[in-house]
Design a protein around this ligand. Structure first.
Ligand code: HEM
Ligand code: HEM
Length: 240
């Protein structure tokens, strides 16, 4: 990195900040839903909150709104921060800096996969299941697995980012400093640039296939497919 302090693009900070806060709120309120109505795998002695499902549903549905934008940003403008063609090979260089960088990119990518699992399984759940004691629905178990996966990946994501860039990198994602070329006054011309580049290349996961990042192309298809399924499947679901 040429400049001393790590810098994150403004759009990344906005999308990452909003979806990060909503995801963490969904993780916390989701746990409280589990703690209130289930508790089979362990339980904290905290008061029951009767409206907790609605509170969770609110954070969750807002996360579901913003997540597609964040995911598309990450796969395209931010794809250098995700799994690279050589990331998996680099994992053989245990302990070398490239190993940590590869792990960090893998952890970033896992956040997107964990999110889509939690979102899809959550969308397939019915509000009335848990209050009526229906704790054995497959989608509910998947949603619980989604929670565990999210917590695990978030820990890995923060650990790896701090390992690669330390506290300055962690803080850079929350910093309000904006470089002139990133300022909102430049957005229109940058949008035009971006659109003309987009029509020059073919869009979607195809981009990654063309640029030889086959694994990321596959992951993008899975994540975007999961988002579309989360949008459409609940309309037809009888609820298993
Ligand atoms: C132990 C953890 C969790 C439990 C017990 C839980 C429970 C629930 C329940 C009961 C619903 C149905 C309520 C409704 O449709 O309004 C739901 C929906 C949902 N949950 Fe969770 N949740 C957990 C974790 C998470 C996490 C970590 C995320 C994502 C980051 C998440 C995202 C969603 C989404 C997107 C919906 C659908 C909202 C909607 O369309 O109305 N959940 N969850
Ligand atoms: C306190 C919580 C968090 C911190 C401190 C944090 C920190 C960071 C940092 C420093 C980066 C930039 C890495 C780089 O420049 O190489 C990053 C990227 C990323 N984060 Fe987080 N993060 C947090 C929560 C989350 C959550 C909850 C999600 C998922 C919903 C998430 C998903 C991502 C993704 C997908 C990227 C890559 C973005 C891109 O490709 O441009 N993060 N995070």
């Amino acid at each position: 990195m040429s400049r001393s302090a790590p810098y994150q693009p403004l759009w990344l900070k906005i999308l990452h900040g909003v979806s990060g806060i909503l995801a963490i709120a969904a993780i916390i309120t989701g746990f409280l839903v589990y703690n209130t109505f289930d508790g089979r795998f362990g339980k904290l002695a905290i008061p029951r909150i009767s409206t907790i499902i609605d509170i969770h549903g609110t954070f969750a549905v807002f996360f579901f709104f913003i997540f597609p934008a964040f995911a598309l940003y990450s796969f395209h403008a931010g794809d250098k921060r995700l799994l690279q063609q050589n990331s998996l090979q680099n994992l053989t260089q245990v302990g070398r800096p490239i190993w940590w960088v590869s792990l960090q990119k893998i952890a970033n990518t896992l956040m997107l996969i964990a999110s889509v699992l939690a979102v899809l399984s959550g969308r397939m759940m019915k509000e009335e299941w848990l209050p009526t004691g229906q704790l054995n629905h497959a989608w509910y178990y998947l949603h619980l697995i989604g929670w565990v996966f999210m917590v695990g990946c978030l820990a890995l994501h923060i650990l790896m980012s701090s390992n690669v860039g330390g506290v300055p990198l962690l803080l850079s994602i929350f910093s309000w400093k904006v470089r002139p070329e990133d300022s909102p006054t430049q957005w229109f011309s940058r949008l035009q640039n971006w659109l003309s580049n987009l029509s020059a290349n073919s869009g979607g996961g195809i981009n990654h296939f063309m640029q030889n990042n086959f694994p990321l192309g596959v992951i993008e298809v899975i994540v975007v497919g999961g988002i579309l399924a989360a949008l459409i499947l609940p309309l037809f679901a009888g609820g298993e």
